[in-house]
Design a protein around this ligand. Sequence first.
Ligand code: ZN
Length: 175
Amino acid sequence: MANTGYIDTLKKPQTGTNTIGLYAVQCGECFKRRLISNEEECEVIRRNLSLLEPFTCNKKPDVSCADPADIEKDATRTWVIDKPNIPRTPVGFKRKLVLRRDFSKLDAHYVTPTGKKVRSSTEVAKYLEENPKIKGVSVTEFSFTVPKVVEETIPKDIERKPSAKKAKDSKPADT
Ligand SMILES: [Zn+2]
């Protein structure tokens, strides 16, 4: 399996919305994780990864594989793993990922140049239709594919809704 997985990390939840707090990518050579400073940089790396160009430490300025890892993938943070092939966000739009309160999954939405939230391809199409001034942007440049939450890094004290399958025979937790 390819070891060039690109990983977003999420800070431990505080009050308010749980958005992605930190971004990290794993080096394809030494497997250390490097922090990525911002979302744009992440999108470039993600696109390169989808072209099968692995990330390596020396792509960051002044860093090499000999340097210690920036961050360890441990349970002090909740980690989410990005899916490959997310298109680069069109100029003027912002892609946002919000973690559900029960940590079950993330939801994706875009904020448009006029500050409107769009939550599906249908809404994007409608928005583009209503805003003909936004040119050269196609619905295919939007993706509502969300990263997967790494089960082992979900805080133990988070109340999870039992899944439909388990709900029938689940008992209240011991107190
Ligand atoms: Zn490295």
